[in-house]
Design a protein around this ligand. Structure first.
Ligand SMILES: [Zn+2]
Length: 341
């Protein structure tokens, strides 16, 4: 693409005085990470990809299902039918509307063991997760390495967002030393409106544009939240670190050392994730092995195995998501029986 074509593509954005030609150049050079690419992640990746952010690394552990389509705007029915990993589906969609930027998909669950590798070289981290465990992990990493990140949450008709600029603003642990009340509610138990997702992701995408184009003076220094059904809006000042904060005050990065998280129960949907067997799997071979024991289907990215009442999804890195139980012992024994110990 010639520079003239590039100028044409981004012309309406470059006409906006806050961005201009210089801002557009900075966006093209920027490298960001999207941790989680579900509802808010879809909108963020779409907005920032269209805006011309040069490199977007997408880290997501999950695959597309039909219950995602109501709000996860990067995905369609064929992605759900194929159980395509969200990172892969997102990369394909972004390439279709902007082939000039780089998307780096990683099918992975961000954890203390892989966070340094997965977030290496990025300038900004965006929170597209649905859980506080991963958010505290990102917060510790960001504060330790003085990297900005944006907290983004949406549930029911409620949403909230906060820019974390280590050393300048409050961090997540300044505001929520412990997971906030109600954090255990999930999209599956409390539901979610797609309009709320779009609102909060748009707010965060705008903050990301300010940050990446060097318009730091315009960044918001509050925890901003909305309840769109209840017509409420609130803002909490977050313009400095809290004295005595575990993370930014005392530099106790407990979540970075939190090794051995053996199992995670996913988003309240009667499933268990096993990620303690970091042993690569050959999905084609595994498919043949499982054939006599139940229905099985695979593509390059995932293998699905059904054995009533369970559904097991295997990823090439050896990770598994087992649906139909929240009993980790049951999940573990299924995995051991069919995949290996
Ligand atoms: Zn703090």
């Amino acid at each position: 693409m010639t520079s003239l074509e590039l100028e044409e593509r981004y012309s309406r954005q470059m006409l906006f005085p806050g961005i201009g030609a210089e801002g557009q150049r900075k966006l093209a050079q920027a490298r960001i990470a999207m941790v989680g690419c579900g509802a808010t992640g879809s909108v963020l990746a779409s907005l920032l990809g269209r805006a011309g952010v040069g490199t977007i690394r997408i880290i997501d552990r999950d695959y597309v299902e039909s219950s995602n389509l109501q709000r996860q705007s990067l995905f369609d029915e064929s992605d759900a039918a194929e159980s395509l990993p969200k990172a892969i589906a997102a990369a394909r969609k972004i390439a279709a509307f902007n082939s000039q930027i780089v998307v780096e998909p990683h099918i992975a669950d961000l954890n203390p063991a892989n966070i340094e590798t997965l977030l290496a070289g990025v300038k900004l981290i965006l929170d597209g997760t649905d859980n506080f465990e991963t958010r505290y992990l990102m917060n510790d990493y960001a504060v330790k390495f003085s990297l900005p990140w944006i907290y983004i949450a949406a549930l029911g008709s409620y949403c909230a967002t906060l820019n974390v600029l280590p050393g300048k603003t409050a961090c997540l642990a300044c505001i929520f030393p412990e997971s906030p009340r109600g954090a255990l509610a999930t999209c599956e138990t409390a539901g979610i409106l797609n309009s709320v997702v779009n609102l909060v992701a748009s707010l965060a995408a705008t903050e990301a544009l300010k940050l990446l184009t060097g318009a730091g003076d315009h960044l918001r220094h509050t925890l901003l939240s909305f309840d769109l059904w209840g017509n409420e809006r609130s803002e909490i000042v977050a313009d400095r670190p809290r004295l005595g904060c575990r993370a930014c005050g005392q530099h106790e990065f407990v979540h970075l050392t939190g090794e051995g998280r053996p199992h995670i129960t996913l988003c309240g949907r009667n499933s268990v994730q096993i990620h303690e067997h970091h042993r690569p799997l050959n999905l084609a071979q595994m498919s043949e092995r499982l054939q006599p024991h139940g229905a099985v289907r695979h593509n390059d990215f995932v293998l699905k195995f059904w054995q009533e009442p369970y559904e097991m999804t295997l990823f090439p890195d050896g990770r598994a998501i087992i649906k139909g139980t929240t009993d980790t012992a049951v999940a573990r024994s299924l995995y051991a029986r069919y995949v290996g110990s």
